[in-house]
Design a protein around this ligand. Structure first.
Ligand code: ACO
Length: 431
């Protein structure tokens, strides 16, 4: 009868250990018993980038990167993109079940009620230079929410957590819109709760002088789809940051700002911005082969929007975004950069370099083209990612705080610095 255990022989000592296997994992702490002698600290695992370490159990999002599967709470991303709205999906991701009609109506009205922003935050945004990167402004706006809601530190109170969740989902959209309008030099536009959450977001972003803003239904649907696709992606860099900061029981706005800061990196959420700059740099489809040669030569240039830590197959979100882009272009007109992107994808998917490394387009490859078609500057793209990802960050924050197995996040290190040595007076130091 096979046993769910791992037998380990420490060849340094000849000792044998039996470690339980559960959920396809061994517990890192079970390694600690493997010691050379009484004084030995015990064995640890070494995993830079946490590439093979499960830091939590989670019931939110399932990904099979080899098969290209993504599900929120069991529902395939394709079905949610086809039938759901962002707010309904956010409810599902955060609370675990699709809402009833009554629950959804209450959720939508609760969220809409919280979209208004304190004028202090508005004034804070106004103080940033006109050319400040929108992500820097957005992160600062999110962090400053904790100055207005000191009650958010009561993270052990479920009712209080629920209130902060509603505020976070609602106010990130308004901060994003204000960030954009500041970037453009336009006056801020206040929320209008006669519109849907996405319709209102479009209005806060794009309303000019018209008295009644009517969101374009194709763009409203496209944004719903993009927001659904970006709502969560399990333990990615930003979510891990949210969990790490949240594990100290910091207030959720501080954790959220940290998660957004992680998203800002070009290897993570800012890849959509980098993709657009790369497409502009390539310029025309005929320049694609030479560009790909430079990528393969390893001159430090990566093919942005390609590759993923988890997906070793086509990113399922990318397929949906590509289709959505076509619908958006029918309203906004087609950008010539789409031809460059299509040619890049076509050639890369036939190239041995990309095939052997299982590098496929990821979610960021086409999303920037939609945002560009909506006339957004590339620097706004990561903000457009952060607004819906707030839903995933919040869901993981709640899961973390209610998980009895979780502790303050505090990894170990392998110390490689000098052994103890005596302080050297300045006069005796050499260069
Ligand atoms: N272009 C060219 N080569 C690449 C790329 C790329 N985009 N991505 C990976 N590779 C190569 C690496 O050079 C490496 O090759 P080697 O084995 O010859 O050294 C191999 O593929 C494996 O790459 P790693 O960096 O080890 O893969 P990792 O899982 O650590 O990185 C990452 C994943 C960061 C996403 C990477 O693929 C990348 O930098 N992609 C471009 C940036 C990007 O699009 N990021 C967005 C990801 S989606 C998101 O975060 C929302």
């Amino acid at each position: 009868m096979p046993k769910d255990t791992l037998t380990v022989i420490d060849n340094r000592t000849g000792s044998q250990y039996e470690l339980p296997i559960a959920d396809g994992t061994v517990k890192a702490m079970d390694l600690r018993q493997i010691r050379l002698n009484e004084d030995d600290f015990g064995l640890m695992s070494y995993d830079p980038g946490l590439t093979n370490t499960a830091s939590t159990k989670s019931a939110i999002t399932y990904i099979d990167g080899d098969k290209g599967i993504l599900r929120y709470r069991g529902y395939p991303i394709e079905q949610l993109a086809a039938h759901s709205t962002y707010l309904e999906t956010a409810y599902l991701v955060i609370f675990g079940e699709l809402p009833t009609a009554e629950q959804l109506a209450k959720w939508e009205s609760d969220i809409n009620r919280h979209t208004l922003l304190h004028t202090n935050i508005q004034r804070l945004i106004e103080t940033f230079r006109f050319n400040a990167h929108p992500m820097s402004v957005f992160i600062s706006g999110i962090a400053s929410l904790s100055t207005l809601y000191p009650d958010a530190r009561m993270v052990t109170d479920p009712a209080n957590r629920r209130l902060q969740v509603e505020r976070m989902i609602a106010k990130t959209a308004t901060i994003a819109a204000f960030t954009y309008r500041h970037n453009q030099g336009w006056p801020f536009d206040y929320p209008d709760d006669s519109l849907s959450f996405i319709g209102n977001f479009l209005r806060m972003m794009f309303r000019m002088t018209e008295h009644k803003y009517e969101p374009n239904p194709v763009l409203e649907r496209a944004l719903n789809i993009l927001f659904i696709l970006h709502a969560d992606h399990e333990q990615n860099c930003g979510t891990n940051a949210m969990r790490v900061i949240g594990s100290s029981q910091a207030d959720p706005y501080s954790s959220l700002a940290g998660a957004a800061a992680a998203l800002y990196g070009p290897l993570h959420g800012a890849a959509n911005e980098a993709v657009l700059r790369m497409l502009e740099q390539i310029g025309r489809p005929e320049n694609v082969p030479a560009f790909l040669d430079r990528v393969k030569d390893g001159d430090g240039q990566r093919l942005m929007g390609f590759g993923h830590r988890i997906y070793k197959n086509y990113d399922p979100r990318c397929r949906i975004i590509k289709q959505t882009a076509e619908e958006v272009f029918q309203v906004t007109g087609r950008t010539p950069l789409l031809d460059v992107a299509l040619e890049l994808e076509r050639i890369a998917l036939q190239d041995e370099y990309f095939i052997s490394r299982k590098l496929y387009p990821n979610v960021d490859f086409y999303s920037g083209l939609i945002y560009r078609a909506m006339k957004l500057p590339a620097s706004m793209f990561t903000v457009m990612f952060a607004v819906p990802r707030t839903c995933g960050w919040v869901a993981h924050w709640l899961e973390l705080l209610t998980d009895p197995e979780q502790k303050i996040s505090r990894p170990r290190q392998i110390f490689t610095g000098p052994e103890t040595r005596d302080y050297v007076p300045m006069a005796q130091r050499s260069a």
